[in-house]
Design a protein around this ligand. Sequence first.
Ligand SMILES: [Zn+2]
Length: 75
Amino acid sequence: MQCPVCSAEAQNRTPATLPGIVLACGSCGEYRIAGAAYEHLAKLSSDRRALALDHAKRASKHGLPMIDLAAVSPL
Ligand SMILES: [Zn+2]
């Protein structure tokens, strides 16, 4: 599938047990998107999508970065 952050080809790694989506992208790395944040993310400009991922990476000290509603809201 297409990476919702940078539009490159990415792999869907979502485990059936997890809500939201887990993606592995060549340029963005592995990260999660909360189901509620997915459509918000798609409406953002590419700059803002990159910022959202950056925000998620800084917020996650352990495990996968998670793009949630806070990450896609204006900073
Ligand atoms: Zn990407």
